[in-house]
Design a binder for this molecule. Structure first.
Ligand code: TRP
Ligand code: ZN
Length: 517
């Protein structure tokens, strides 16, 4: 438990430092990988899986950073999930109907499922053999599923929900307890800790999620609320449906004492927020301009991509995070102090990350660079270009300073800090994909590009990229190709230097160049 708490505290500092760019005040994690215990398996009921010989579990989607995630053998189309969560014990009972298309002839395949345990697996309605080990549910039906065929997996599962230790970050992810409920933080691979999934952003699907919670608690999830049913047992079932495909990690899940607050942007985008009733009105004022922000970004990036937007805000004491869950961004109260910037950051991800999703995790700068840059656009809009430039200069200095590399790299803390600042934005380490460089140098890359190509082309690049890859996936090469298509110039070397060179390129027009010494 002690270690658990320490990890949550780190999440607060890291995300806070990155979003607010509070220069010099961030405390890095020691070295990443000191905690390698697999999250959940203790405390939940034992699995009754049977061993099947000769099965290779290492058959992920081939992500360069997380090769085990997902499965390349099928493409999920739609998931119909039901989850019953007893909020006092934390016991979760779930059922998932996963419709997929076989991309190959499949005699067996894997589904990601961690922390919780399967109890029954059917394929096209017939019982299938299965094993469950190391976060992989391996399904071995009697009949081969032919390439191109659509098939249905029905998976019943249950257990005690708890956070798990992701390889990608130093803080605990997955299901978290809030003051009076639960919520999921699943980026990059945590959805499989509460629901079986092909847990990689390259496999997007539509979802219908029925969540049953003890009344008067309220459940919230991505998409539109289509049904609310009061059960005889005191549980209320809230059913949500997404119009558009969602990457697994972007599925919002929250249970709390919520009030639902509806509004609309001036341009007509529907907004529904889920605010924990215990949160003071004054802390929620940072959401007052959400409608304005949506219309502001729609002018620059193209139309808001989804049927609805909103914020889900939970009362949390330890963890200070926000996550861009699709159509309904998730906020803990501890992060609200960052102000409107965190609100527009998560909103920007609805375009960059949610509608246009990553093909592979090492391109995470495409998400975080654009979201960070959008904070600076909001500063430009609300306070003027001079304030934007001050923030850009601060971020540049933080990313290019050499003080942490010189003489102090024998200190593990300083070395970790140096890594977080000086690793190029385009090639993060697997255990640290949310490092400061991904955010700040990613944002600086975009500002340097804007200065290079001019405002008109810059925003045209953003709109063209959005339009071309909407509701799908893209990578850095796609972005570089969009830059070339819009500007008629090959800026590959320029962008490569910003994304992959050890040294920061200068921004001469702002008088910014790397410190020496
Ligand atoms: N993408 C989040 C943001 O930009 C940060 C983040 C990364 C995160 N991984 C997370 C938040 C896991 C919560 C849980 O705001
Ligand atoms: Zn972000």
């Amino acid at each position: 438990m002690g270690r658990h708490r320490a990890k949550l505290a780190v999440a607060l500092v890291v995300v806070g430092a990155v979003l607010g760019a509070c220069v010099g005040s961030s405390t890095p994690d020691a070295s990443g990988g000191t905690t390698t215990t697999a999250g959940g398996e203790s405390g939940a009921s034992p699995s009754t899986s049977r061993a099947i010989s000769g099965i290779d579990a290492a058959d992920g989607l081939g992500d360069p950073l997380y090769p085990d995630l997902g499965n390349a053998g099928y493409d999920v189309q739609h998931v119909d999930g039901s989850i019953r969560l007893d909020t006092s014990s934390g016991r979760l009972q779930g059922h998932a109907e996963i419709e997929a298309i076989a991309l190959d002839n499949l005699d067996s395949w894997s589904v990601d499922l961690d922390v919780l345990f399967p109890s029954e697996v059917l394929v096209n309605g017939a019982a299938a053999k299965w094993t469950h080990e190391g976060g992989e549910l391996r399904i071995d039906p009697d009949a081969v599923v032919q390439k191109g065929e659509s098939f249905l997996m029905s998976i019943a599962y249950s257990g005690l929900t708890e956070p798990y230790d992701s390889p990608a970050a130093t803080f605990m992810m997955g299901m978290q307890r809030s003051q009076d409920g639960f919520f999921a933080l699943s980026e990059p691979d945590g959805t499989s800790s509460w629901m079986p999934a092909n847990d990689h952003p390259s496999d997007k699907a539509t979802y219908r999620l029925a969540i049953s919670v003890p009344g008067p608690l309220v459940a919230a999830a991505s998409g539109t609320l289509i049904d609310t049913v009061q059960g005889d047992d005191g549980f209320i079932t809230y059913t949500f449906e997404t119009r558009d495909p969602v990457a697994p990690y972007l599925l919002a899940f929250g249970v709390g004492g919520f009030k639902r607050v509806e509004e609309q942007s001036a341009a007509g985008v529907d907004i529904r927020n889920y605010f924990d009733v215990d949160i003071r009105e004054s802390s929620l004022s940072i959401f007052d301009r959400q409608g304005e922000m949506i219309d502001f970004l729609a002018e620059r990036f193209g139309p808001y991509p989804f049927e609805v937007y909103g914020a889900m805000v939970l009362e949390t004491s330890e963890v200070a995070v926000a996550l861009e869950t699709q159509t309904l961004s998730t906020f803990g109260t501890q992060i609200l102090g960052l102000g409107e910037e965190v609100v527009i950051h998560e909103l920007a991800h609805q375009w960059f990350g949610d509608s246009v999703s990553l093909r592979r995790w090492n391109d995470i700068w495409l998400n975080e660079g654009f979201a960070t840059y959008t904070q600076w656009l909001w500063i430009e809009e609300t306070r003027g270009p001079e304030f934007r430039d001050v923030r850009i200069a601060q971020s540049y200095d933080l990313m290019s300073g050499r003080q942490f590399l010189n003489g102090t790299d024998s200190e593990p803390v300083a070395a970790a800090q140096a890594y977080r600042q000086f690793s190029p934005a385009g090639s993060p380490r697997a255990d640290d994909i949310f490092n400061a460089s991904v955010y700040l140098r990613g944002g600086l890359t975009l500002h340097a590009l804007r200065l290079e190509v001019g405002d008109e082309d810059f925003f045209e690049i953003a709109r063209t990229f959005q339009k071309q890859f909407a509701y799908g996936n893209a990578d850095t090469a796609d972005f570089v190709a969009t830059v070339a298509a819009v500007t008629g110039r090959d800026l590959t070397d320029f962008l490569n230097a910003w994304l992959y060179d050890e040294a920061m390129p200068p921004i001469p027009s702002l008088g910014l160049s790397p410190l020496t010494g």
